[in-house]
Design a binder for this molecule. Structure first.
Ligand SMILES: Cc1cc2nc3c(=O)[nH]c(=O)nc-3n(C[C@H](O)[C@H](O)[C@H](O)COP(=O)(O)OP(=O)(O)OC[C@H]3O[C@@H](n4cnc5c(N)ncnc54)[C@H](O)[C@@H]3O)c2cc1C
Length: 318
């Protein structure tokens, strides 16, 4: 059985994290770690050796400037052919999830998605942990067919810094099919166009807010940070102060920064924010669950913290 590991993600940080896990798997299985870079005008392939790659496959073609399924799938399948991996780790981004599933279908194998734990079992199969029921339970699944394909969200695994390795860059010359969808126009979104799912910064309200009018404190903070406003379900569904909420029954978000204000951090809400890169919580209770999943916790009253924070940020921005 092939024991090489192939990793792919267009998100550089996530790719590095996957290389870290890929290294661990490859060392146990006795194979190589291969990274895949697809795009147009690719750079930085050689940097990946410092993060654990033995080989980097590059497909650089104008047809790959933007994601479209057919050319990307053809590129990925060519890399699979060349790297002959037993394990394929793909970043669980929107693009990664679509691509992983299509590649799995083309190879007639399975695909375990959104894995938050990965180990090799005694037979060299991938055993994955996946969150179920909104993150309240973890199910363990085993992939039975080779290559074992999984998608992994950001920040599940750690990247290796300064791996003392060097390796080979292999440029693949792939006959790429045209995309079946023609893109007629592309427009950059203005900040106001961002939906919650795409917003890089979200400030969010929970039941710590006593009156609808108090949400202006959040609006002011959102204004300074260029953030979108979100909330918990009671704020939207019960009180009707906002239209949509974040969580298992609402929107699932993945901003760079999520500021939770007066939110307790129940599993139903946590399920919608766990892909955020940095979570900051402001809560007057030291024991609120939200602190456990926060990178920065502020124990304090939103009615004093929010105006102070907004003022300080305004002064900093000038
Ligand atoms: C089937 C189902 C699906 C659900 N789906 C979702 C979902 O998708 N999303 C979701 O959010 N909820 C969902 N819920 C509801 C969920 O169970 C919780 O009720 C909800 O998340 C709690 O919202 P909250 O944190 O705003 O309120 P609370 O749990 O009441 O927390 C309020 C927090 O504010 C703090 N606080 C109070 N005053 C202040 C102050 N002055 N300053 C600072 N902090 C203060 C408190 O310490 C507390 O931690 C769902 C429930 C069910 C049954």
């Amino acid at each position: 059985m092939s024991v090489n590991v192939l990793v792919d993600s267009e998100d550089r940080e996530l790719l590095l994290q996957l290389l870290g896990k890929g290294r661990e798997i490859a060392e146990k299985a006795g194979g190589e770690v291969c990274a895949l870079l697809m795009g147009s005008g690719i750079s930085g392939a050689d940097e990946l050796f410092r993060y654990g790659a033995d080989k980097v496959y590059v497909v650089d073609d104008p047809k790959l400037e933007h994601f479209s399924l057919e050319p990307y799938r053809a590129s990925a399948l060519e890399a699979v052919e060349k790297a002959s991996p037993g394990y394929i780790l793909v970043g669980a981004t929107k693009r990664g999830k679509e691509l992983a599933a299509r590649v799995a279908a083309a190879l007639d194998t399975g695909c375990m998605t959104e894995c938050v734990g990965l180990e090799l079992d005694d037979e060299g199969r991938l055993r994955a942990e996946r969150l179920t029921y909104g993150g309240s339970t973890i199910s363990t699944q085993v992939s039975k067919k080779v290559p074992h394909i999984v998608t992994v969200p950001a920040r599940v695994f750690e990247k290796i810094e300064d791996f003392p390795g060097s390796g080979e860059i292999v440029v693949l010359d792939v006959e790429l099919p045209d995309a079946k969808v023609e893109i007629l126009e592309r427009r950059e979104k203005s900040r106001g166009d961002w939906g919650l799912e795409e917003a890089p910064v979200i400030v969010s309200a929970g039941r710590g807010f006593k009156e609808q009018g108090d949400l202006r404190l959040l609006e002011e903070l959102a204004g300074v940070l260029g953030a979108k406003m979100g909330c918990t379900r009671p704020i939207a569904a019960d009180l009707g102060w906002m239209e949509e909420w974040i969580g298992i029954s609402g929107r699932k978000v993945a901003p760079k920064l999520y500021v939770a204000c007066g939110i307790s951090g129940t599993i139903q809400h946590a399920a919608g924010i766990r892909d955020s890169q940095i979570i900051v919580s402001i809560n007057n209770s030291e024991t609120a669950n939200i602190h456990e999943m926060s990178d920065f916790s502020l124990v304090g009253d939103i009615y004093t913290v929010l105006p102070a924070l907004t003022k300080a940020l305004k002064e900093k921005v000038g």
